[in-house]
Design a protein around this ligand. Structure first.
Ligand SMILES: O=C(O)C1=C[C@@H](OP(=O)(O)O)[C@@H](O)[C@H](O)C1
Ligand SMILES: C=C(OP(=O)(O)O)C(=O)O
Length: 416
């Protein structure tokens, strides 16, 4: 799919789309919970759809309605071949969860997920008594539980997602566990995991993200649960308001555990006019200056931060590019390439991205099948002389299928 986006201004208001990170975790917990879970404000992204399908195959009864999804916890596995679609969280979280069953289960995936590493799942699962076979650290993967619980080490240096899966699964294991975690990255994502686990009635003790004490044989209790609005998708619109016109986004919580809520800090550092109201955030364009920002623990913010940096005068420095290698694309290299094609200079120096602010004429951006690059392209077009054509724009369906519809709502001139 191609999208031609004309230069224009943001104005008006939007409700944030539901968070796929919240939705996938809640689906996994509802699968393991006693009784029924009712998810309101459900997310319909491809990643969340894949999580629902995996939960159904693992025995959850799923009833999809327009404004809610009802999930009845599993009473036994139905199908032992699962696909995580393109979702990194889906595969790295559902492998530990599926190892609670004693059946052999085979996992596959699609698109970029086939080339994203899964080496980090092998050591912890094997140490917990699970048989694991990978294709040299990649998909397809076969596992056979049951996971027993125990005291193990977990490497958090590439991704936090396996730890999320272990934290959700291990309270249901037979034995108690202690996870000693080293070099944990994307730390706020673990806060989100622990918050949702607690909201479903299970306790885990966290000692500074280095040791997690987990009692076995606990039960999650099904309940009604509202999926939070997504800071990661909203970040693009908030930056859109800061660089062109204004925007009000509702449905996102300032007190959220979501990593990407810190986009507000970056917007303030750059000089945008930011007003945080009780249930919405208002951003208005202002004079923008280059800023320094550490995105090590919120790596998904790099694409919208690059939009903001390009609109600033001076050179913005964003730290944490080592975290971008294993995303849907090698995002630091892709950002350098696509912005370079639009005449913007990016240098990758050590762990930092240096972005020179400047004017964009227009042109083409290929999403590289990465949803966040496609959304970045649309926001880039707000400030161009001529239009931008985005190719492979359908990539947005991975996290935010309504992105272009929402974009049009606050962008009156835009013709889709
Ligand atoms: O747990 C999650 O929901 C996620 C964790 C992060 O991944 P890493 O932990 O691999 O950095 C993030 O980049 C990803 O989009 C979603
Ligand atoms: C990297 C992402 O997700 P995941 O790792 O879950 O595929 C993302 O949404 O940008």
């Amino acid at each position: 799919m191609k999208k031609l986006i004309n230069p224009s201004k943001y104005s008006g208001s939007l409700k944030a789309s539901p968070s796929k990170s919240f939705m996938q975790r809640t689906i996994a917990i509802a699968l393991l919970a006693d009784g029924e879970t009712i998810l309101t404000n459900p997310d319909s992204s491809n990643d969340s759809k894949s999580a629902l399908k995996m939960a159904e195959n693992l025995g959850a009864k799923v009833t999809r309605m327009e404004d809610k999804i009802i999930i009845q916890g599993t009473t036994g596995i139905k199908h032992n071949e699962l696909s995580a679609g393109e979702s990194g969280l889906g595969i790295r979280c559902f492998i530990p969860i599926s190892s609670l069953f004693s059946d052999e289960i085979k996992f596959s995936g699609e698109g970029s997920l086939k080339s994203r590493p899964l080496t980090m799942i092998e050591a912890p699962l094997k140490a917990l008594g699970v048989k694991v076979n990978t294709n040299d650290g990649y998909l397809p993967v076969t596992i056979q539980g049951p996971i027993k619980g125990g005291d193990i080490e977990v490497d958090g240096s590439i991704s936090s997602q396996v730890l999320t899966g272990l934290l959700i699964a291990l309270p249901k294991a037979k034995n108690n566990s202690i996870l000693s975690v080293f070099d944990l990255q994307s730390i706020p994502y673990i806060d989100m995991t622990l918050q949702i686990i607690k909201d479903f009635g299970v306790n885990i003790t966290n000692n500074e993200y280095k040791k997690f004490h987990i009692e076995g044989k606990q039960s999650y209790k099904g309940r009604e649960y509202e999926i939070e609005g997504d800071w990661s998708g909203a970040a693009f619109h908030l930056v859109g308001g800061a660089i062109s016109g204004s925007i009000e986004v509702s449905g996102i919580k300032i007190s959220s555990t979501q990593a990407d809520r810190v986009i507000i800090d970056a917007l303030k550092l750059a000089g945008a006019d930011v007003v945080c109201l009780s249930d919405s955030i208002k951003i208005t364009k202002n004079k923008l200056e280059a800023f320094r920002f550490d995105a090590t623990h919120c790596p998904d913010l790099f694409p919208p931060l690059s939009n903001l940096a390009v609109a600033c005068s001076g050179t913005t420095v964003i730290k944490g590019i080592s975290r971008l290698v294993h995303k849907e694309s090698n995002r630091a290299l892709v950002l350098k390439k696509v912005w370079g094609e639009l005449g913007i200079k990016i240098e990758l120096i050590g762990d930092e991205m240096h972005i020179e602010g400047g004017k964009i004429n227009g042109g083409k951006i290929d999403s590289h099948n990465d949803h966040r690059i496609a959304m970045m392209g649309a926001i880039a077009a707000l400030n161009t002389e001529n239009s931008i054509e985005i190719t492979n724009a359908q990539a947005i369906n991975k996290s935010y299928p309504a992105f272009f519809t929402d974009f049009k709502k606050v962008n009156k001139k835009h013709k889709l």
